[in-house]
Write a protein that binds this ligand. Structure first.
Ligand code: 87F
Length: 505
């Protein structure tokens, strides 16, 4: 980088790109799909693999996953939910015991048919979800009301052999998730847990990933077919105008209890069937985060989940005391780490400061600290925010306090900015024409609906096309007032509720 014309900012930028290929080829607003692929790879979150729909999750991804996991795992333990681990494989006969719901999903089930050169006597399925793996044992373990509730969770991978366009995190053939499976004596207990878990999912999105979500209930058409009712948190991607289901919490009712004979003797000595729930969030959460916050410089990480929250970069000039600058960087990192921050210094001597700035911006690190000769002389550091580029100088004496302040401000600003963008995409409509206009305008549509399955099927049919059909996203728990006499936007019948609609992932 020690070229003669590298002094001016513009020239230096050009130089960086030429020398290193850092920076993105695509812009978020111009080619969102290519932009997304480029961001997840260049930020070192993802490496593509030679099986379509399978991706390597690199450490930069896994630390985010672990932050979410640590939070959620501690919360469910407070609820007395226990972790377990069930096998990856399931026999065909057990998988088929649950015919109704498996029917639609069957094409996505992957099978093992061989060991070495010999065919297996019976093919074995790889779990796409674990109802059929677990529930035979729920049946065995639950005898009387004292065995209830039974509340299990497992952290694992699942395989769904999708055929539509695979996308890292968002739609992959293997992904990581937690799946919770619980059984209760009463519906009231099950109902309560559904909402408690949904609230944890809201926190994951809003408080960790800084992404606004809508809590609500799925329509009969969109709910988990094997269950009783489905609740979800729904996010929205403004650039594509698509809703995305963030996580689901189902009440299964007694459907699976019937199929798997999960019975118990209640406190009156009568035979009764359990009430069940299941719930999950997956590595999809991370994809939503990339899509919502990323920009033309790359990834933007909310401080609460960032693997590195603060990157410290030495800026030695030609004649400066390089050793002193490097050691100031190290002690800054040490002070931040002792205060509980995830901080690192980039002391590599084969990269220029400018290259390092671009590199860590690409990786989305929330805060950069630069230390040069002037900072050293003034006993201060320069800090630069990733979210808005704002620069400030902070005295060494206030380091920890100020960094804490700035990181929580970044967390808050990211959420507010995302919420503002999301809210600007919400369109309230009353008629079919308004609905179509809003759909073409990439909106998340809130419309009065008669809540009839046939009408939703009709909406899907009438909006079918290249971009995919519109469907209901959820009926928000938080319902605006529905004036007497309001009509359904699609059928003209009396409306029963406000429901969100849109194209979705
Ligand atoms: C794909 C193949 C086979 C989704 C599948 O949401 C079966 C299925 O049952 C399948 N894709 N589902 C629904 C999963 C329902 C439920 N499972 C436990 C959850 C939460 C966690």
């Amino acid at each position: 980088m020690a070229t003669a014309n590298a002094n001016t900012k513009g020239a230096r930028k050009k130089e960086v790109k030429k020398e290193t290929g850092l920076g993105l080829t695509y812009k978020k607003n111009e080619n969102f799909g290519e932009w997304y692929s480029e961001v997840v790879v260049n930020s070192e979150m993802i490496e593509y693999y030679d099986i379509s729909g399978c991706y390597i999750l690199r450490p930069w991804t896994m630390t985010i996953w672990e932050v979410l996991q640590t939070f959620f795992d501690a919360e469910i333990k407070k609820m007395n939910i226990k972790n377990a681990y069930f096998p990856l494989f399931v026999t065909e006969s057990v998988l088929q015991r649950e015919k109704d719901h498996i029917e639609g999903f069957a094409p996505e089930v992957a099978w093992v048919t061989k060991s070495g050169q010999s065919e297996l006597e019976v093919p074995i399925a790889i779990r796409p979800t674990s109802e059929t793996v677990m529930y035979p044992y729920f049946s065995k373990w639950i005898r009387g009301h004292r065995d209830l509730p039974l509340k299990l969770n497992q952290w694992c991978n699942v395989v769904r052999w999708e055929f539509s366009h695979p996308t890292p995190f968002i739609r992959s053939r293997e992904f990581l998730w937690q799946e919770g499976h619980t059984a209760f004596a009463t519906q009231a207990e099950a109902d309560q847990e559904v909402l408690e878990i949904l609230e944890l999912y809201r926190k994951i999105y809003e408080e960790f990933l800084a992404i606004p979500v809508v809590k609500g209930r799925k329509s009969e058409l969109e709910k988990f077919a094997g269950g009783y009712y489905t609740t979800s948190v729904e996010a929205f991607i403004p650039n594509t105008g698509r809703g995305i289901q963030g996580a689901t919490s189902h009440c299964l009712g007694q459907n699976f209890a019937k199929m798997f004979q999960i019975n118990f003797e209640n406190d009156k000595g009568e035979k009764a069937m359990v009430w069940q729930n299941s719930w999950a969030y997956s590595t999809r959460t991370i994809g939503v985060m990339v899509m919502v916050h990323g920009d033309d410089k790359g990834l933007v990480l909310p401080p609460k989940v960032a693997s590195v929250q603060v990157i410290v970069i030495p800026v030695p000039f030609k004649d400066a005391n390089t050793d002193a600058i490097f050691s100031a960087c190290s002690s800054t990192v040490q002070a931040l780490r002792e205060a509980g921050f995830r901080a690192e210094a980039d002391l590599r001597d084969n990269y220029s400061p400018g290259w390092k700035y671009s590199h860590w911006e690409m990786k989305g690190v929330p805060l950069r600290i630069e230390i040069g000769p002037k900072d050293l002389a003034n006993n201060q550091v320069r800090v630069v925010r990733r979210d808005n580029g704002a620069k400030s100088d902070i005295p060494m004496g206030n380091l920890v306090e100020k960094v804490k302040e700035i990181l929580s401000s970044i967390q808050e600003c990211l959420f507010n900015a995302a919420k503002q963008k999301r809210d600007a995409c919400i369109k309230i409509v009353n008629t079919w024409d308004e609905f179509i206009a809003a759909l073409n305008d990439k909106k998340m549509i809130l419309a009065p609906w008669c809540d009839e399955e046939e009408v939703e099927k009709d909406v899907k049919a009438r909006t079918k096309g290249e971009l995919g059909a519109a469907k209901s996203l959820c009926t928000p728990f938080d319902q605006p007032r529905l004036p007497e006499g309001t009509l359904c936007f699609a059928s003209g019948k009396p409306a029963k509720k406000w429901t969100y609609w849109g194209r979705s992932y």
